[in-house]
Write a protein that binds this ligand. Structure first.
Ligand SMILES: Cc1cc2nc3c(=O)[nH]c(=O)nc-3n(C[C@H](O)[C@H](O)[C@H](O)COP(=O)(O)O)c2cc1C
Length: 206
């Protein structure tokens, strides 16, 4: 089996982390690097990650996350947040993200126009905008989890949380929201058998 497929088989949603085992700093940095280099729509990189290490903050978050033990027991807790106002069409941030490609001024203006056309029906609704930026976060999330598995690091993606409570606990500024959470560390128990639909149930050829 290829290393990638072995990692896919190794990864599972780890429910119980070993509280005694810490991810080496260098390996955790490499997970963050995998997130950083992940692709995003229009290259806007709307994600901002908060690594929660303070035990008191972890404890407060746990109660807002369905009391899931992974929040306090994991080695590293990553909260994917998004800066929604930053990526609205016409912002300085968006222009800079296009300018960094080394395009001509005309080409940047063209990109700004295409981006505006794409985003206008999304950004007119705060929830749609939040959903669009949150969707981008699942790309680094998935990349990090699979890469972690290659290093025999376990993970658990977490959507089971009260968004407003988590945002209040983190004291996020207006326009910033929580997309998804991921716990990283080392398993205590062996993983259970992977349950998945068959390919023929999920793929059709037309
Ligand atoms: C976006 C997302 C959110 C999830 N949220 C939670 C969660 O809050 N708590 C939890 O224990 N598992 C959570 N899971 C894990 C899934 O339940 C799990 O991945 C799925 O049942 C398949 O099992 P496996 O990953 O162990 O193969 C989440 C998974 C994904 C992809």
């Amino acid at each position: 089996m290829s290393e990638f497929l072995s990692a896919m088989a190794f990864r599972h949603a780890c429910k119980q982390f070993d509280t005694e085992k810490q991810i080496p700093e260098q390996e955790f940095d490499s997970l963050l690097e995998v997130a950083r280099t992940s692709p995003s729509s229009f290259g806007m990189e709307p994600w901002r990650m908060i690594v929660v290490r303070k035990p008191a903050l972890r404890k407060a978050l746990k109660s807002a996350c369905w009391n899931q033990a992974q929040i306090t027991d994991c080695s590293e807790l990553v909260i994917f947040t998004t800066d929604n106002d930053t990526v609205r069409s016409g912002t300085v941030y968006v222009r800079k993200m296009f300018e960094r490609r080394g395009l001509s001024a005309e080409a940047v203006d063209t990109y700004m126009g295409v981006y505006k056309n794409y985003l206008e029906p999304i950004e007119c609704d705060e929830v749609l905008l939040e959903n669009w930026t949150a969707k981008q976060c699942y790309i680094p999330l998935a990349n990090m989890m699979t890469y972690a598995a290659t290093l025999k690091i376990d993970s658990c993606p977490i959507e089971g949380f009260d968004k407003e409570s988590v945002e209040a606990i983190l004291d996020l500024e207006y326009g910033r929201s929580v997309a998804v959470i991921c716990a990283f560390g080392y398993r205590v128990n062996p993983q259970s058998e992977q349950k998945r639909l068959d390919l023929k149930q999920i793929v059709e050829y037309r």
